[in-house]
Ligand binder design. Sequence first.
Ligand code: NAD
Length: 498
Amino acid sequence: MAQPVTLSTKKYDLYIDGHWRPASDGATLETHNPATGEKLADIAEASQADVDAAAVAARKAFHGWARTGIPERSAILLHIADVIEDNLDYLAAIETMDNGKPIRETTGADLPLAVDHFRYFAGVIRGDEGSANVLPGNLLNLILREPLGVVGQIVPWNFPFLMAAWKLAPALAAGDTVLFKPSSATSLSVLELARLIAEAEILPPGVLNILTGSGAKSGEYILKADVDKLAFTGSTEVGREIARAAAEKIIPSTLELGGKSANVFFADADIDLALEGVGLGILFNQGQVCSAGSRIFVDHAFYDEFMGRVVDEFKKVRVGDPLDPQTQMGAQVNEKQLDKILNYVHIGQEEGATVAVGGERLTEGAYGKGAFLEPTLLADVDNKMRVAQEEIFGPVGVVIPFKDEDDVIRMANDSVYGLGGGVFTNDISKALRVAGGIRTGRVWVNTYNQFPAGAPFGGYKESGIGRETHKSILDAYSQTKNVLVNLNKKPGGFYVEG
Ligand code: NAD
C-alpha cells in the first residue's frame, strides 16, 4: 500500500523570475485531497501585478532563451525529463493525493508519459534542420523557425502534470518563455516540478513562471497580460473566452477543449479487447477525460450479450483509496464535480434512460470521506438526449444501439464535439471506413485513451483548434522568418543597368 507523501511545504508561493514569492495582495486558496477531504496546502493566488511581473520577467528572459543553441535547449529538456523520472514516485503520489486519480495511473501513465514528452521534444528539435532552396530569379530562399516570445498557458485539473508536460515541453523546445497556470484544484504537482527544476538550476530565471490561482482572477489576468500566444486546455466555454482574448490582441491561440466521443463496438469485435475498451474509454481517470468514450455505440446484433458482459465487468471494478495500487478507480476531483455528474444521471433518468449499473455515490466507511462514485452505464438512451450530447466528465457512459455502419457514423457525427473516438472490430477495412467517416481528431482502433508522444491529438468542431503531442505543435509555438538572398552578381535591370 502506497503511503501519503509529505509535501515540501504547506504553503506554496508563486514562481516568478526564478524566485518564490507570495501573491502581492497576500491572497491564497486551499487545495484538498478529494479521497479524504483533508486540506493538503495553501497556494498563492496570483494578482494582476504578479502576472504582469511574470510577463516582464518572461520578456526579459526571452532574448537569452531564444538564442540558446538547439543542442543546449535539447539537453535542458532531457535534464527536466531525468529530474521527473528520478522523482517519479514522489510526484505521482502528490498527483494522486491532489487529484484523486489512482496511483496505478499516475505511476503507470501520467508521469511516464510526461517524462517521454520532454524526451520526445528534446529529440525532435535536434532533427529540425530548417530548409532552403533557390527560387526563380536566383534567389536563395531561407526558411527559418523563430520562437514566438512569451506564451500564456492555462490547463485543467484532470491531468495536471501530463497537461503541463504537453504545454511546457514544446514551448521550451521552441525557445519561448512561459507564464503557466495550473487549475486551482490541482496545482501541487507542477509546483513541485518547478521546485525541482529550480533546485537543480536547470532553467535561467524568467523562462518558466508558475502563476497559481483561480480562473476568474489569475486566469483572466493572463489573458490581459503582455503575451504573444495563448495555449489553453479546458472547457469549450472558457475556450471561447481565450479565443476572444487572442483575437483582441491579434495573437495566435491553440485550444484543446471538451468532447463527447463515440466508442463503437461491432459484433465481430474481440470481446476481451472490447470489454477493456469500454473501461479504458469511460472509467480511465474516473471518466474525467476530454476524449472519454462516453457515447458507447453497440451493434444491435450483440447488444444484449455485450451489455450483460459489460455490466458484470463494471460491478467488479475496484473503486477505493487512490494510493492503493490495486485501486482501479479513485475519487472524483471534488464535490462540485461529483454533484454535477449525479445530476446528469438524474437528468438521464428524467429523459427516459435507465441505470444499467452504478449511478450512486459510495458512502460506506472510508468512502464517506471522499468523492467516490460507482462506475455507471445508462441504457435506453437516444443520441438526442442531453446525456448523449453534453459532456458529463465522470464515469458515466451512455449506451446506444446501432443498425449498421452508416447508422453509427451518422449518430457519431451528431454532436458539436469531435475530439476522440474508438472502433472495435476484427475487420480492418470496416475500422478504417468508420474512422474515416467520423469527424473527429483521433480514432483508436481496438484500444482507447492511449496518448503516446508522436501521435497528434486535438479536436475537430467545438473540441478545439490545433494539435498537441506531436512535432507539428512546434509550428504553433514558432513563427517563420523568411530571408531571400540575391545570388546574382549583377543588378536585374529594373533601375540600374546590369
Ligand atoms: P475549465 O475550462 O473550467 O478550466 C480550465 C483552466 O482554465 C483552469 O486552469 C481554470 O482555472 C482556467 N480558467 C477558468 N476560467 C477562466 C477564465 N475566465 N480565464 C482564464 N482562465 C480560466 O475546465 P476544467 O473544469 O478545469 O477541466 C475540464 C474541461 O477541460 C473539460 O471540458 C474537458 O473536456 C477539458 N479538457 C480538454 C482536454 C483536451 O485535450 N481537449 C484535456 C483535458 C481537459
